[in-house]
Write a protein that binds this ligand. Sequence first.
Ligand code: 2M8
Length: 509
Amino acid sequence: MPVRTAELADRAAEVLRANDLGDMTAAAPRLYPHMWSWDSAVIAMGLARISVPRAITELRTLLRAQWSTGMIPHIVFADGDEDYFPGAGRWDSRSAPTAPRHVATSGICQPPVHAIALRAVLDAGRRAGGAERAAAEDFAAESFDAWLAWHRWLATARDPDGRGLVEIHHGWESGMDNSPRWDAAYAAVEPGEVPPFQRRDTLHVADTDERPTDDEYRRYLWLVEQMRRVRYDDDAVRETVDFRVGDVFMSGVLAVAGDVLADIGEELGRSAGAAESRDIAARFRSGVASTVDPATGLARDLDLRSGRWIATETVAGFAPLFSGGDPALLAAQRELFWGPRWCGHPALAYALPPSMSAAAEGLRPRTYWRGPVWPFLSWLFGWAFAHHGDAEGAERIRAAGLAQLAGGEFAEYYDPLTGEPLGSHRQSWTAAAALDWAAWGLGESPRRPPPPVTTPRSRCPARRSSRRAGSTRAGSRRPGRPAGASRAVPSPARTTSGAPCTGAVRGRR
Ligand code: 2M8
């Protein structure tokens, strides 16, 4: 039965509490028991609606895993959880002289959405005032250089020719792992010898068709192996790895994140850093614009090995809606976005962007990044619409997004045609998106959030004991564990950072 927005927000907050590992939030209870880079940014944005200190802790944990090069790794491994493959051992990050010593991470990155989270935390702190305001402002000042170093690394190690496109070395770096965007590049990868492996992801979904195939995984692991063998040295990886693509979506995100960080830098009086960030934003904005296909109006990735444009009809083609720029380009992209090949397609359950156009040949509505709608991505688009001054577009996405989530499963992704929840349930960034949407006032955008309505605080349920709480979906339980056996009994606790976590959402309708 659909739930009301207020109840949905409470349930979303409960999902984040249950997935809370103390100083990081698992991306999902079973399928993803560690911290993922871009998930954690979206999660921090959602947490900021509940507890500013806890949101800060999330970002701080991520930054503690930053490599000396500036790279923020795509996974920060939680201690002792072996139920994910490829895990810490397979990545062997500590073999890299530039990796942090005190924590195990992967050796690749993900889209740089973090400045958007930093902005959300800062705004939430300022709305709350008092100690939360001080904590948010201190954190922004303390972490500004680290975020800038991250962007700088992307703009140098990953764009050595100054093209304005972020080069990626694995589909996992795009975050859209098995998107049709990468089919041609992966087809050219001939996997060599990799140590034997057993996947764990397929144990945690109801239907293995919702996940990438074994053939895809062999290529994924071969690329990891190639990078591991050169100890993740940036130059050596570029020279040896069999997958090199200019990722237009990541570039669009870097452009807008560069501007957001520059704004923050200016507020902090960090003029040199702000100017550098602004330059990065401008370079990637024009890089993204240069990829737009005149025939379709969509932005394209560039296969750097073959030199060919990759013209698939995927949601990444809307990268200019993030990077911004030429008003005519943005107007054309918005028309396309709401038009019949995308959100206006008559067969869609909700007017939200599927990962692949519902009108495209080869749409796989249940398969991961080959068709389903991803709520966090809808949220990001809504944020981008608002950021570029289209509050009405943002509100349309918010309304449809909340309607899609009304079942309360907080699924990883949804069938665009039937609206069925798929993948993992109780996925953290889906809950974070719901929390933020629920908190917008009528007609308000995330740039101009409503004043806080502070409600009495309740304490958070236990952290470590609830690590395994979560998806009770049939078929996604661990073998041998009876139904419901993993449910933790909530008990009062605080985060390990000492920050209390409120049970109620502030400023919601
Ligand atoms: C998915 O990716 C991981 C690998 O990084 C996986 O399939 O095991 C993607 O959806 C990615 O974008 C996301 O960050 C991650 C965790 O939610 O899961």
